[in-house]
Design a protein around this ligand. Structure first.
Ligand SMILES: O=C(CO)[C@H](O)[C@H](O)COP(=O)(O)O
Ligand SMILES: [Co+2]
Length: 221
């Protein structure tokens, strides 16, 4: 089922309450929160205090994308801050299985992200336990980058593996998604769409959300 997850990274933090209200008005289901530590990726964003504070203003599902090393250190804190989906990078942890178990123990949905150079074979053994897989369509670290079309092979591979093994995960794409590139995402089988600049940078947020929803319908997603 199609879910849009606008990335807070593209929001104007000076008017964050208004921005959240606009997304709520547009009936957006997920909010994508990019947490960066300046080590796993060459950028810093925001952390637990921001997640906790905005949790009071919206009921959107919090899809937290952790671009930090050893994400297992923060599972409990992100659960307490109001995270619904805890998504960590396979490249950032030594024990992905233990991390998934810990996420579930704290009542959150578990998701794993893969960087553009990481093959799906790296997470193959865990696919049966995941609620979502995130295929990065840019190098993680910054919003506003160009969509990497070649990553669609991984989306298709995930669709195939899900069918063959009766797995249940959603397939999320993140980076450079706009009204054009969203089409190839749907055609390949992605159903959770992260979009930062294309949604929060749009003149009319509701119109952009509606435009994406129409395209999803055309692709039966
Ligand atoms: O994880 C991310 C960057 O590492 C962001 O979620 C992503 O870049 C969204 O921004 P945009 O839609 O503008 O590309
Ligand atoms: Co992200």
């Amino acid at each position: 089922m199609y879910k849009l997850a606008p990335s807070l990274l593209a929001a104007d933090f000076g008017i964050i309450k208004e921005q959240l209200a606009k997304l709520d008005e547009a009936k957006v289901p997920y909010l994508h929160l990019d947490i960066m530590d300046g080590v796993f990726v060459p950028n810093l964003s925001f952390g637990l205090a921001v997640v906790e504070s905005i949790r009071k203003y919206t009921k959107m599902v919090f899809d937290v994308h952790l671009m930090i090393i050893e994400p297992e250190r923060y599972v409990e804190q992100f659960a307490k801050a109001g995270t619904d989906i805890f998504c960590f990078h396979i490249e950032a942890t030594k024990d992905a299985k233990a991390t998934v178990d810990k996420i579930k123990k704290y009542g959150m949905k578990a998701a794993i992200a893969v960087k553009p150079a990481t093959p799906i074979s790296e997470i193959k053994d865990l696919l049966g336990e995941l609620d979502m897989v995130l295929v990065m369509t840019v190098e993680p670290g910054f919003g506003g980058q160009k969509f990497m079309e070649d990553q669609m092979e991984k989306v298709k591979e995930l669709v195939k593996l899900r069918e063959e093994n009766n797995y249940k995960y959603d397939i999320e794409v993140d980076g450079g998604v706009n009204p054009e590139t969203i089409k190839t995402c749907f055609a390949s089988g992605a159903n959770v769409i992260v979009a930062g600049s294309a949604v929060l940078g749009a003149k009319d947020i509701s119109a952009r959300v509606e435009e994406f929803a129409q395209i999803a319908k055309e692709y039966n997603i």
